[in-house]
Design a protein around this ligand. Sequence first.
Ligand code: SF4
Ligand code: SF4
Length: 114
Amino acid sequence: MPLMSGNLIRNLLGGPVTRPYPLVKRRPFPRTRARLLYDPARCTYCGICANICPANAIAMKEERDSLSIERIYDSFSCIYCARCAEFCPDSALQMDVVYLESADAKTLTSSSSR
Ligand code: SF4
Ligand code: SF4
């Protein structure tokens, strides 16, 4: 009973243990994998990310007529393993610690070597 009273008093005097989300958000952990950032200016369209992606979230589309390569990323298939960011030889990919807002429609992002 004395132990319980201590806990009771501590809980009554202490503030809430939960955050009033979304007004107060927790700071992300340093190694959080929340969003894949891509810099097309650094990309050489080598295709390594597409080859090693375990979820097939990246595809390379080659247009032989126009001699261009398109890189397509499907964030809805991505499992945020960070493998592509680790192996990209040109540091065109990075994992960001900030989560995206939820989306109500599926979209693909693409960039082209043209
Ligand atoms: S993002 Fe990196 S690994 Fe992927 S195609 Fe571009 S340079 Fe190659
Ligand atoms: S983070 Fe993982 S699943 Fe997502 S695109 Fe990169 S390799 Fe594929």
